[in-house]
Design a protein around this ligand. Structure first.
Ligand SMILES: C[S@@+](CC[C@H](N)C(=O)[O-])C[C@H]1O[C@@H](n2cnc3c(N)ncnc32)[C@H](O)[C@@H]1O
Length: 178
């Protein structure tokens, strides 16, 4: 896969959510993880995949302290009216995704720093670690080398073989597999 990504949370207030997100980040191959202005009661280093020992972790005290690698685009993940729907979003090759706190949203200051803002088209907010995992899965679907067949029993070519005279003709399974 080309490019890299990092993911983090602004103002995280629950250790479990941070550990959950960073475990998923480790599993999806994140290049780095971060927090910005975490609640002081949040404990670092608690996820069972030991993401902190395997993925570089940055803890930025506040927004003024926040830094990204050169040419890394910042993608805010927030359920706002003008955010781009995630399924229609083109993930940058070099990206950092930032999510908001459990009891709030991304701060106006952070939103102003974002190159893009994306939303998962749900009718209300989902858990922050779940939202992060969905974003990483969507990135993998776009940048990964996966292709999805058009039908459950084959690809577009097989489908067209069975369309004759503008009518879909169902071919027996044994004949399809021959
Ligand atoms: C549980 S939500 C925070 C509560 C939410 N602001 C509210 O008004 O209920 C925590 C974070 O998860 C992310 N999030 C949750 N659902 C989302 C969605 N559908 N689209 C984009 N981000 C989402 C955002 O980063 C959000 O700041």
């Amino acid at each position: 896969m080309r490019g890299y990504f990092g993911i983090g949370i602004e103002g995280v207030s629950k250790t479990g959510n941070m550990g959950n997100l960073f475990r998923s980040a480790h599993a999806f191959g994140a290049g780095f993880v971060f927090t910005i202005a975490p609640d002081p009661k949040v404990k670092i280093g608690t996820d069972t995949s030991s993401a902190y020992k395997n993925v570089p972790f940055f803890n930025f005290a506040d927004l003024a302290d926040f830094r990204l690698p050169h040419a890394c685009q910042l993608v805010g993940v927030e359920l706002t009216d003008d955010a781009v729907d995630l399924p229609a979003f083109h993930h940058p090759h070099s990206a950092a995704y930032v999510l908001g706190p459990e009891l709030g949203s991304l701060s106006p200051g952070l939103l102003a720093c974002c190159d893009h803002v994306v939303k998962i088209p749900t009718s209300f907010c989902v858990n922050v670690a779940i939202a992060g995992a969905i974003v990483m899965y969507d990135r993998m679907r776009m940048h990964g080398k996966f292709s999805r067949p058009v039908t459950t029993h084959g690809g577009a070519e097989e489908m067209s073989r069975h369309v004759r005279g503008g009518r879909f003709v169902r071919t027996p399974k044994a004949e399809r597999q021959a």
